[in-house]
Design a protein around this ligand. Structure first.
Ligand code: DOR
Ligand code: ZN
Length: 413
């Protein structure tokens, strides 16, 4: 058994934590702050079919090193998670990979909305955390781009009492924008933000809110990236609709100015926006309009991200840097620790109806370290935040009474 003494809760309460590890020792954690184990409602751990980018062995290690003890995985795998049988196969693969690394990571899966498989939703309703609807195309082939199918899936979800998580970018707008820019000739990475513009996001968010109003479907809007979407979400919440909103670390802490340095590594859906949206997102967190932060951990290999625009896949890893970025924002006076706990655990518990756990992450609020891709556990081994000096890092993660010392894990890549 391991006994950890000296840590404090965010309100300054002294805590003594015990873990059921094989070794017997007492750890003096004086000076560390204990936060509830983090919940990441949005990861792409790539099993099945894209394990060369990530799998649950490396993904779980990355989660633990980031302070996360629960993740929700997305269905845009190969094959996508769109039927009851595919869901069961995915669960079996995940369980065996987690067993190999002896990390009992808590996880939940989203079911991918696919027109041909709507009839299977009732079969999987107790096995999934919600239904993921891609309103616009992104990585993979999942998309629901016609109104009839959107109405159908929102209605089904409401009757099954399932939450719908939307990737809200309007497919028609994306198509016409793409054509317009292609007709004009050469495209560079930064055109990504102009093609997948603010209007594409707003059209889809407005439509999703309208469907929520009609069917009273619980709605979770993924990766909100603009001030304009925030305005729509604020109105919907004031109206009393069951609408919840997530943002990501990259939409909070990166913007279109990042393209010259990051090149293809900055390409993500929805895209990076102008600087003023960063500020608006931070304000929306403080105002309680944004509920959660999802890392949208979407690893691709460095070779893939070096491809020219058009061939370079969208997405970036994030689960290991989200908490240090938030803690750095705390030191800058942008967020309180209460905001961070709400964003990274308690709001997700409420929205998705998760039971409270005794998982913890102990952070050293004053540790300063530069993001070093060689110390990351994600298989893709790069970060858009590489080289950034961050203050506030997780030191211990406690998952199901098992204590992980993160410096040891980070050293052994
Ligand atoms: O940038 C993104 N990457 N956005 C998505 O919607 C999907 C994700 C991925 O799976 O790579
Ligand atoms: Zn995603």
């Amino acid at each position: 058994m391991i006994t950890i003494t000296g840590a404090k809760s965010i309100s300054g309460q002294p805590l003594t934590l015990t873990c059921a590890n094989q070794t017997h020792q007492t750890i003096d954690a004086t000076g560390l702050i204990a936060l509830p184990g983090l919940i990441d409602p949005h990861v792409h751990f790539r099993t099945p079919g894209m394990e060369y980018k990530e799998d649950w062995r490396t993904g779980a290690m990355a989660a633990i090193c980031g302070g996360y003890t629960t993740v929700f995985d997305m269905p845009n795998t190969i094959p996508p998670t769109i039927s009851a049988a595919l869901l069961q196969e995915k669960i079996a693969l995940i369980d065996s990979q987690l067993k190999e690394v002896a990390i009992p990571l808590r996880y939940h899966l989203f079911f991918g909305a696919d027109k041909k498989h709507f009839s299977e939703v009732h079969q999987v309703k107790n096995a999934v955390i919600g239904i993921k609807v891609f309103m616009g195309c992104s990585t993979g082939n999942l998309v629901i781009d016609d109104d009839e199918s959107l109405h159908a899936i929102f209605a089904i979800a409401a009757t099954q009492n399932l939450i719908v998580a939307v990737h809200a970018e309007d497919e028609d707008r994306l198509k016409s924008q793409k054509k317009h820019f292609q007709d004009q000739g050469a495209l560079s990475y930064s055109h990504h933000s102009e093609i997948r513009d603010v209007q594409a996001a707003c059209l889809a968010v407005a439509k999703a809110i309208e469907l929520c109003r009609i069917y009273r479907t619980r709605l979770y809007i993924l990766h909100v990236s603009t001030a304009d979407e925030i305005a729509l979400i604020k109105k919907a919440k004031e109206e009393g609709l069951p609408v919840h909103a997530e943002t990501t670390p990259h939409h909070l802490f990166l913007n279109q100015d990042s393209y010259p340095q990051l090149q293809g590594r900055a390409v993500v859906n929805p895209p990076l926006r102008e600087l003023h949206h960063n500020t608006a997102l931070m304000e929306a967190i403080r105002a309680g309009i944004i509920d959660t932060i999802g890392s949208d951990h979407a690893p691709h290999t460095q070779q893939e991200k070096a491809k020219p625009y058009g061939e370079c896949p969208s997405g970036m890893p994030g689960i290991e840097t989200t908490l240090p970025l938030l803690l750095t924002a705390y030191h800058q006076g942008l967020l309180t620790l209460e905001h961070i706990v709400a964003l990274t655990s308690t709001r997700a518990e409420t929205i998705f109806g998760l039971p409270k756990t005794a998982d913890w992450v102990l952070v050293d609020m004053d540790r300063e370290a530069v993001v070093d891709p060689l110390k990351l556990k994600t298989k893709c081994a790069w970060s858009a935040f590489s080289g950034r000096l961050l203050r506030g890092w997780p030191i211990y993660t406690i998952l199901k009474e098992q204590c992980f010392f993160l410096d040891d894990l980070r050293e052994n890549r």
